[in-house]
Design a protein around this ligand. Structure first.
Ligand SMILES: *Cc1c(COP(=O)(O)O)cnc(C)c1O
Length: 385
């Protein structure tokens, strides 16, 4: 089989067929150097390497793998997912217009609202589960510059129809950026549906071991004005990962498919089991046939529905916290996409104006034995049943 038509799981396992031809190493090296020497003609010995704020060779394996996984032309790593988000919004001039989901990852929502308010970017918010709501959010604006999408949205698991949203973006001439952190390129490739840029918190499933903070942007077009502005911003402001983080990220990526497929099949099992439990009033997971986002998710998620789900328990905040507190195996804490399962009471950690229900718990499923996880959830739920 030619290297050109290998499956993406082979691509990640082999780190894009990495081989260091000078040493024979099959694992990329770490280059901690921040600066790179010039020759006697004062030319860089390797033109790609001048100073680490432009590029460091340690970034390349992870950037190449992520770009190929997403079907993009290029990838740029950032020091965090939020730094990647910020690099996109920094390209918008004062007076421009952006549309964002009214419910999404709280850190993005909070930062974008404050940033746009401060620099005079008009912001409209739409219901992520309705493209009609996106269209309504654009009405009355002569021009929309950016449409931000997060699907499934965190933690309410709203599903946005990517193809329909991209058609809207093309019609109004907006750049469409998709936060693909929760879906992962294992299940969804937004560029295939018309997205211009894909954003990742590589802190989550891409690295997968809860030991690296990093972000990534992938472009469908290396020559787009937005992409050039993003690279300029990264070079200028310097929100790059350290070389050790970039190295750990390429290592974590090697097992992406094993981890994410396992976590998603466990999430599917747990969603179905939670759905049957008498102490649970609602399960939000696009893999459930009863979920309002199921049909749209089926069109754009292939092979699984992700490792993130939310469920609501009978009662309120007290009951939700009682369940989280009674878990023995599952750890209470924020984040997702790691090998260990985490549960979080979002209402407690979001500010008072949050619209997250008090009885909601978000479960970020890891790769443990599915039955062990279910036994832990069941014994905790039985305490409030
Ligand atoms: C974690 C997360 C972010 C922010 O990424 P950091 O790496 O924590 O800065 C953005 N979007 C989503 C969906 C996330 O889960």
């Amino acid at each position: 089989m030619s290297i050109h038509n290998i499956h993406p799981s082979t691509l990640v396992a082999k780190a894009d067929d990495f081989l260091d031809t000078t040493t024979g190493a099959i694992v990329p090296a770490i280059h901690p150097s921040t600066t790179f020497a010039r020759n006697d003609q004062y030319e860089p010995i390797n033109p790609a390497n001048v100073y680490t704020r432009d590029c460091n060779p340690t970034f390349i394996p992870a950037e190449n793998v992520i770009a190929k996984l997403e079907g993009g032309e290029g990838c740029a790593l950032f020091s965090s997912g939020m730094a990647a988000v910020a690099a996109v919004f920094y390209t918008l001039p004062t007076g421009s217009h952006a549309a964002i989901p009214e419910s999404m990852y709280w850190g993005v929502l909070y930062w974008v609202r404050a940033f746009c308010d401060r620099v005079g970017i008009q912001l409209s918010e739409y219901d992520p589960s309705s493209v009609a709501s996106l269209e309504a959010a654009l009405e009355g604006h002569a021009k929309t510059d950016l449409i931000w999408v997060e699907t499934p949205s965190n933690p309410l698991m709203g599903v946005t129809d990517l193809t329909a949203a991209a058609a809207v973006a093309i019609r109004v001439g907006a750049v469409m950026v998709v936060d693909n952190t929760a879906a992962t390129p294992v299940f969804t490739k937004p560029i295939e549906h018309g997205a211009h840029i894909v954003m990742h918190s590589a802190t989550k499933s891409l690295n997968g071991h809860s030991d690296v903070l990093a972000g990534a942007l992938v472009t469908a077009d290396l020559n787009s004005a937005t992409w050039k502005a993003i690279l300029q911003e990264r070079h200028g402001a310097g929100a790059l990962p350290g070389s050790f983080e970039a190295w750990l990220l390429q290592r974590g990526l090697r097992t992406l498919y094993l981890r994410v497929e396992r976590a998603a099949s466990t999430a599917q099992q747990l969603a179905e089991q939670l759905h049957q439990h008498s102490a649970v009033s609602l399960v939000r997971y696009p893999g459930l046939v009863s979920d309002p986002g199921h049909l749209t998710a089926k069109k754009q998620m292939h092979g699984g529905f992700g490792s993130l789900l939310s469920f609501e328990v009978n009662g309120g905040r007290r009951e939700a916290l009682a369940v989280a507190g009674a878990l023995q195996l599952i750890v209470s804490g924020t984040s997702l996409g790691g090998v260990e399962t985490l549960i979080e009471h979002r209402y407690t950690v979001e500010p008072p104006e949050t619209e997250i229900p008090e009885n909601l718990l978000r479960l970020a499923v890891g790769i443990e034995d599915p039955d062990d996880l279910w036994h832990d959830l069941k014994q905790a739920l039985n305490k409030i049943a």
